[in-house]
Design a protein around this ligand. Sequence first.
Ligand SMILES: Cc1cc2nc3c(=O)[nH]c(=O)nc-3n(C[C@H](O)[C@H](O)[C@H](O)COP(=O)(O)OP(=O)(O)OC[C@H]3O[C@@H](n4cnc5c(N)ncnc54)[C@H](O)[C@@H]3O)c2cc1C
Length: 380
Amino acid sequence: MDLELTAEHRTIRDMVRDFAAREIAPRAAHYDRTREFPHDNVRKCAELNLMGVMVPEQFGGSGLDTISYALIIEELSRACASTGVIVSVNNSLFCHPVERFGTEDQKQRFLIPHAKGEKIGCFCLSEPAAGSDAGNQQTTAVRRGDEYILNGTKNFITNGVAADTAIVFAATDKSKRHHGISALIVEKGAPGFRLGKDEVKLGITCSGSVEMVFEDCRVPATSLLGAEGLGFKIAMNTLDGGRIGIAAQAVGIARACLEEATRYSKQRKAFGKTISDFQAIQFMLADMATEVDAARLLTHRAAWTKDQGGRFSLEAAQAKLFSSEVAMRSAVKAVQIFGGYGYMNDYPVERYFRDAKITEIYEGTSEIQRLVIATTLLKD
Ligand SMILES: Cc1cc2nc3c(=O)[nH]c(=O)nc-3n(C[C@H](O)[C@H](O)[C@H](O)COP(=O)(O)OP(=O)(O)OC[C@H]3O[C@@H](n4cnc5c(N)ncnc54)[C@H](O)[C@@H]3O)c2cc1C
């Protein structure tokens, strides 16, 4: 077993680390405060070919593996967790399902511009009454001639305010529950499609979360992704990959906590010493460093397993569960190490603390990850 990154992986990581420190980190507090969608960050990521990392080059992507993708999302999220998830959603939740389940025509029309970052994609599964219970879709899509008529509301949609294109899940046959869900590619401007409430939130404040409303929204029948009834399978397959992105985002946030707390502990003085001289502080840093490494290893194992082909739901769930809880624990410790200053927005750890929490919730809560893991354990 080789746990070392390859030379190519190290080059990608170092390139994105340098880019994120120069271009993304300096504006992270600004975007956090203003909640503006960071269009310039997305444009710069597109220039570096980070919007379609795993998409083959023939469809506008970089053709890299999933470990490269995890390294990229970790580095972006270390600088700005909102930018990390914006890029992750376009890569994992939009480009992946179009590449995997789309027709050649859909790939030409949608995959290429989104993988190049000329357009931004989003993924619309959740609804007010269908979060963890995603099979309980209330949004409907009814086939009428050459069109589908969509009705329903999606909430909490990342990238929604800026998205050009959405993958929308809807019931085409409610009687079949999970097997009656279909996925449709819906473009901004489709008649009957509008943005609803702006979702004001605790952390990752500039990730463009919004409600999306479909009122007799008409889309061509050619918008169907895969086949009728395949939507739930598409969603679950997509989320398996997405969870590797969120695990990497969590590792990035946890590492930010560790690095800032380490730096601060060597500067702050109390009782005539730097606080890093106190064993209580050293032990917190030691625990954070150990957990960050463990989280990254689990994340890379999930990425490696995915790249081997075959199933990786278990590995992705374990990586997402552990890494997100590490991000939260690291953020709690970082604020503690900063003392009162950690509670103030003059320092970034307050933002890390707010950003960390979401990793335990979206793309399947920690309870849902435990369900996935336990189901695998108890099978047979
Ligand atoms: C900032 C943000 C961005 C998001 N972005 C997107 C997006 O881009 N696209 C999208 O489709 N969705 C998105 N979501 C939605 C997200 O995936 C859901 O919020 C999440 O899946 C949980 O669903 P819920 O909020 O309805 O909570 P619920 O499902 O109502 O869960 C409430 C609580 O009950 C627990 N629970 C539920 N069922 C079980 C069970 N069977 N066993 C044990 N515990 C259970 C949950 O773990 C949780 O603790 C986003 C959410 C947020 C907050």
